[in-house]
Write a protein that binds this ligand. Structure first.
Ligand code: NAI
Length: 501
């Protein structure tokens, strides 16, 4: 890069609460390490102040344009408005820009006392969380007086993207093993697909060992023996919960950085929120945001500055430098500014533990290599499976009714007469209550009735119109909340059985 080469532009928003304090500290440290020689941070308006002006998205059009132009957003924590219907801007940003993989690094740090550091157990692993799908689609409906539903969406290409990112990252970091966390023993189709795609993508990374682990066992293992994990990839909600559990293992939210990586736009932010209880007092711990910034520097290729800063942070922590939320209580707690100054004064030093990063020679690996992919010209359709032969073989119809299972069965059997379908199942909250069931099953006002094609009717003999005609007929007498077509895909049933079926 010559003197005239333009700096790499990175969109920057301070965030709310402690955001401005910890962002100022991080930028001061980055400036001292020479980052701003090659990077221009471009402020954008997002967060509380924008919500308060009536913008329900929480970001101005100008902010969106700048982020899309830069391809990288360095972000302070942002408050989610309560009760006003405003969605979390943090989730909105990840979703609209398709930052599909959330990468978080959890490592024991010197000077940060935890039960593991006291027991001499090193913790050092990554969590990769799928960021777009799962229940985070927020597709929720009230179906009856007593029933609300949230749809859990898991797609094959969405899973492929996050698994591929996880394996590529593991390869780059030299990790030997990647685990897939899931609940496929219960959610056989959604988590089953996530796990199946993990195994499929793993074939392109033969040097990396793989294993899968059920989410509940994973939580216990992480607490008992966290050192057995190097990287765990998880669906969205499970990944969210495991990430915070992992933050607890390394000393809390003050030390948990994260990167939201997409093909076009990536967002770097601390895991923690706006900490309203300590905002404005100048005492917040900026470490998580600094570490998130280091993930960003490595993402754009500024390895030298990242190593310099990481070593200075480790040196400071080793020497007991601390903010009030952690560390040796017998040593004075520093303000955010003094903590930052203490790190700056250690730039160029290597930690005595020997765990420091190798710093490239001056002038090497210190300029951005990041090239923003060009803006897509249309919304891309992503696909994994194509040319699958699919047939309608029935439908599940969901009813809002106070009737008993037997009474529902009588009505439904009558409705299906003279149609290609027969009633095969009634379930309540997923448990079969007809043709057999347990007297102990308590029923709410929301039933699923399942119709499947009669013996002798071949799959593919008719389209979905006949199933919808049956739905119409039932809707004349019953309140139909929703329905799902039952389909086979290359001859395999694309629907689950009821509990007890
Ligand atoms: P929080 O993470 O802001 O605070 C939880 C506790 O940790 C508080 O006691 C706080 O003082 C402490 N804490 C957090 N970060 C700290 C730091 N850097 N230094 C010292 N102490 C720290 O979580 P909370 O209270 O549930 O959420 C507050 C707001 O933040 C909410 O509006 C929430 O929606 C938002 N939030 C934003 C996130 C983001 O921008 N990515 C993530 C999580 C929450």
């Amino acid at each position: 890069m010559s003197a005239s080469t333009p700096k790499l532009r990175i969109a920057l928003t301070n965030g709310d609460g402690i955001g401005p304090e910890i962002m100022a500290a991080t930028l001061e440290l980055f400036d001292a390490a020479g980052v701003q020689k090659h990077v221009e941070f471009v402020p954008v308006e997002m967060g509380r102040a924008v919500f308060e002006k009536g913008n329900t998205r929480g970001m101005t059009d100008q902010a969106m344009a700048t982020v899309e132009d830069c391809g990288i957003l360095f972000k302070g924590p942002m408050e989610t408005p309560k009760g006003s219907g405003g969605k979390s801007i943090n989730v909105t940003a990840r979703k609209i820009w398709n930052a599909f993989a959330n990468l978080r690094h959890f490592q024991s740090l010197p000077g940060v006392s935890t039960v593991y550091s006291q027991a001499g157990i090193p913790v050092n692993f990554y969590v990769v969380r799928e960021n777009i799908e799962d229940t985070y689609g927020g597709v929720e409906h009230r179906l009856t007086n007593d029933m609300i539903q949230c749809k859990r969406l898991i797609s094959a290409p969405g899973s492929d993207q996050v698994h591929r990112f996880a394996f590529q990252t593991a390869r780059r970091l030299g990790l030997k093993k990647v685990h897939c966390g899931h609940k496929a023993n219960i959610m056989k189709m959604t988590d089953g697909l996530f796990l199946e795609r993990f195994k499929a993508v793993a074939k392109d990374f033969p040097e990396i060992e793989t294993a899968d682990v059920i989410i509940d066992a994973l939580c216990m293992n992480l607490v008992l023996r966290p050192q057995q994990y190097q990287m765990v990839v998880l669906p969205n909600l499970q990944g969210d919960i495991v990430s915070d559990l992992a933050a607890g293992l390394v000393g809390g939210l003050g030390f948990a950085p994260s990167a939201n990586i997409g093909r076009h736009i990536s967002i770097f932010e601390a895991v923690h929120g706006t900490a309203p209880d300590i905002a404005g007092r100048g005492i917040a711990n900026p470490t998580a945001l600094i570490l998130s910034g280091l993930m960003m520097l490595r993402h754009i290729g500024m390895m030298r500055q990242a190593a310099l800063i990481e070593n200075a942070v480790l040196c400071a922590l080793e020497e007991g430098v601390r903010t009030g939320d952690f560390g040796d209580q017998t040593k004075p707690a520093l303000s955010t500014r003094d903590y930052t100054k203490a790190i700056i004064s250690r730039l160029g030093k290597a930690p005595s533990s020997g765990k420091g990063m190798a710093v490239s020679a001056e002038g090497a690996d210190d300029r951005p290599t990041f090239v923003k992919p060009s803006r897509p010209i249309h919304q891309e359709i992503i696909r994994t499976f194509t040319n699958v032969v699919s047939h309608v073989v029935g439908c599940d119809i969901y009813l809002d009714t106070p009737l008993s299972p037997i009474a529902v069965a009588d009505e439904m059997t009558r409705a299906a007469a003279d149609t290609p379908f027969k009633l095969t199942l009634i379930s309540n909250r997923g448990t079969q209550v007809w043709p057999t069931g347990s007297i102990y099953t308590e029923c709410v006002d929301y039933y699923r009735v399942r119709f499947e094609i009669r013996d002798g009717v071949r799959p593919g003999e008719f389209g979905q119109g006949r199933a919808i005609a049956l739905l119409d007929k039932i809707a004349e007498k019953f309140s139909v909340c929703s329905y799902e077509l039952l389909r086979t895909f290359d001859g395999v049933k694309g629907y689950s059985l009821a509990q007890g079926q």
